[in-house]
Design a binder for this molecule. Sequence first.
Ligand SMILES: [Zn+2]
Ligand SMILES: [Zn+2]
Ligand SMILES: [Zn+2]
Length: 506
Amino acid sequence: MRNNIRVFDEDRLEARRLTLRLVGLSGVIILIVSIIVSGIFYITARGLAWAPGDMGFIYSSVLTIGFIISIGTGLFGAIRESEEFLILAGTACIVLAVLNKVFTNILYSWSYMEIVFLLAGAIMIMDRFHVRRVKIARKLKEEMAVAPMQKPGGPVGIEGIRVGRGRIFDFREGTPLEVRGTPEPADTWRMKLYHDKDAREIVRRFLSSDLKYIEPEIKTSTKPSYPELADIEKTTTRDLQSILDELAETGVLVGELYEKLITCPRCHQSSKVFLRSKCSKCDSRKVRKNRLVEHTECGAIYKEDEYYGTEGSKCPKCGKTFQHETELEPIGVTYECEACGNVFNDPKQAYYCRNCAYEFQFENCELEDLYSYTLNEKIKPEALEKISVLSVADALEGLGYKTSVPGVLSGRSGVGHEFTLTYSRGERRFAVDLVTSEGPEVNLRMILPSYAKFIDVGAERCLLIAVPRLADQARDYLEANKIPYIEGENPTDVSLKTRHYLESAT
Ligand SMILES: [Zn+2]
Ligand SMILES: [Zn+2]
Ligand SMILES: [Zn+2]
């Protein structure tokens, strides 16, 4: 379940990173200072006395080395943003401080040292949470850069969302101007496909149960086509097959081999390729195929048409007429050359392309794989969400609204909230959150983040869309709080209901 896409502010992220470094380094600095101070105290109190046999000397040497190692580890952890090293260093500091306490209770009394070490250890361990937060934020930002929710192309009403320092998502292009990190090529490609009008229409049909399965229709006169998508094929500016190929390659559709078509090696077309049978002796194409039939009663074997003369069905050998074809038993096929009279069983076969007048053998042909397609069940939740959002945006644009996907709207608090989309007409801007559930219902917990934003923005400016439907409790909650909502099974349903909602509202 995802109800909207977070927009991360680069400055905020940078500030967090700086805080992390400062906190990490301050822990280390406290340690260094404390060791220097204790060293000075030691020297001023006792003088520089080299006494390796002294218990106190051994103890403070071990302690000093222990702290130096902890400092190094902590410093490394803070700089490399390593949670493991920070935990290790922090724990070591605390353990050393506790050990120090145990020993100094015997040798010395409580000093400020333990408190400093405990504090430093705690800071290092706390720092680990900062590191984690920064890492999560960065990861989300990268994911967002890879798979931003964008608006399909269109000349009007498209707004860019500022994401961080000078980084603008260009909705018209359907791509962020600068993609951070190393994106999964198939994922980015898939997101682009959702924004392609024709590809989106194909996926929408699958999601809206108009389609479960499509298969190609193979005709000899034209290219193979998909009857269910004939209208798209007519209007698309692209090649339907290449759209289907891309949908299959990005995992939206699952293709299953339907047929292999023999394709001309010269012009690469399959539509006008025909099989030719030729005489084994003279290569003539004037070859006739004859079925050999036996008259079971007398054992006569003739070509099939020799039994059918002008006066009805009659055996040429025994002269008996017969009523039922069951008295004839097909026993094989022979070929007869009309040019040289050769009768043979194994004609030479060749393929001929009428498109470019080229004859070729099967060994030289190209095979074109034709597939039937179904929607990939694994991608279904994602596709349901993205296509629903874009279908709603399409419906809104159709009603003359300007839309932004995702959109930001400021609440009464002054905080800018990110919504699945915002739409506007004139000065008035409205917010929509679309919440999808992979389960049968969208429950109360799933709509609460939207509810919080709606309250700040004002319920009258908001609309919640739940796919496929709301749980009773969630519905009661929205009604009690006067928040408008729409429930829809699929993208078609959702966009129709959005249109009805807005038409009845105005
Ligand atoms: Zn050809
Ligand atoms: Zn012949
Ligand atoms: Zn007969």
